[in-house]
Design a protein around this ligand. Structure first.
Ligand code: NI
Length: 254
C-alpha cells in the first residue's frame, strides 16, 4: 500500500473526472492520500473532499503564492478548521522566491505566522520551499516546528540540506522530479537519506513522473516515485511503499 502524501485533488484539472481519478488510485494500491490546501478556498474544498472519502485526509494553509491576499482573520479561520477530525496538518505553506507572486515581506510574515499557529496547536506542517532554502531553514529553526512535526514537500535541495533537516527530525518528501533524467541531485537525496525519513507524493496535477512527464499527474502515478527511490537505494519496491506510508501515518497521526 502506498500513501500519496501530497495531492491537490481539488484542482480545476480534476473537475471532470475527480471520482474516477480517486478510484484509479485506489485500484493501483494508493490507499491513503493527503490533500493540502493552498488558499482559503482550496483548504475548504480539501476538507469537504476528506469528509466524502474515508481514505483521503486534508491539510489547511495558505501557499506563498497566495499570502498577498491573506487577512488576519484567516488565521482564526485556519485554527477553527484544524478542529475538523480529517484535518491533519497546516499546509502547504512556505516561501517561493522563484515566482515571487507575493511580495517577499508578505511571504516571510505569513509563513512565520502559520508556523507559529501550527506549533501552538501541536499540528505538523507541510513546507513548500522554492529557491528560498536559507530563509526556510532559519524560520523552521526559529519557530521550532520540528517539535510538532514537519515535512519538506517536493524536496529539491542538496543532500547536505536534507541531512540537516533529518537531524532535526524533519521528513523529506520526494515527488516526480526524482524520476527525471537531469535530477541527479534529487536521486542522491533518495539514495542517501534513510528510508525512515522519506515520504512520497505526486503534488498532482503538477510534476508528473517519467513516463508521464508533461501530462496531468494523478495519485496513481506515485508508484513511479517509489520505484525511483527503490532503484536509487537498491531495495525492494515493497519496502519503499510500506515504510514511506508508515512515515506519513506517523507524521500526520493517522
Ligand atoms: Ni503542492
Amino acid at each position: 500500500m502506498y500513501f500519496d502524501s501530497h495531492a491537490h485533488l481539488g484542482d480545476i484539472k480534476f473537475k471532470d473526472d475527480q471520482a474516477q481519478t480517486i478510484q484509479r488510485a485506489l485500484d493501483a494500491g494508493i490507499s491513503l492520500t493527503l490533500n493540502p490546501g493552498a488558499d482559503m478556498e482550496s483548504s475548504a474544498k480539501a476538507m469537504k473532499l476528506a469528509a466524502q472519502y474515508d481514505h483521503i485526509y486534508a491539510a489547511v494553509g495558505i501557499h506563498p503564492h497566495d499570502v498577498k491576499d491573506m487577512k488576519a482573520g484567516d488565521l482564526d479561520q485556519l485554527e477553527a478548521w484544524t478542529k475538523d477530525p480529517k484535518v491533519m496538518a497546516i499546509g502547504e505553506i512556505g516561501l517561493d522566491y522563484h515566482y515571487n507572486f507575493s511580495p517577499k515581506e508578505d511571504q516571510l510574515k505569513w509563513f512565520q505566522a502559520q508556523l507559529e499557529l501550527a506549533h501552538r496547536l501541536g499540528m505538523p506542517v507541510i513546507i513548500h520551499d522554492r529557491e528560498a532554502h536559507g530563509d526556510v531553514f532559519d524560520i523552521i529553526e526559529k519557530t521550532k516546528v520540528a517539535e510538532t512535526g514537519c515535512v519538506m514537500h517536493c524536496f529539491s535541495g542538496s543532500v547536505e540540506m536534507a541531512r540537516e533537516y533529518v537531524k532535526r527530525g524533519i521528513y523529506i518528501s520526494l515527488a516526480g522530479p526524482v524520476t527525471f533524467h537531469n535530477a541527479r541531485k534529487t536521486r542522491e537525496v533518495a539514495a542517501d537519506i534513510p528510508l525512515e525519513w522519506l515520504m512520497i507524493e505526486t503534488d498532482c496535477p503538477y510534476l508528473a513522473p517519467v513516463p508521464y512527464r508533461g501530462k496531468r499527474n494523478e495519485p496513481a502515478y506515485v508508484i513511479k516515485v517509489a520505484e525511483a527511490i527503490a532503484a536509487a537505494k537498491q531495495i525492494p519496491l515493497e519496502d519503499v511503499a510500506h515504510t514511506t506510508a508508515e512515515n506519513a501515518k506517523r507524521l500526520f497521526r493517522i
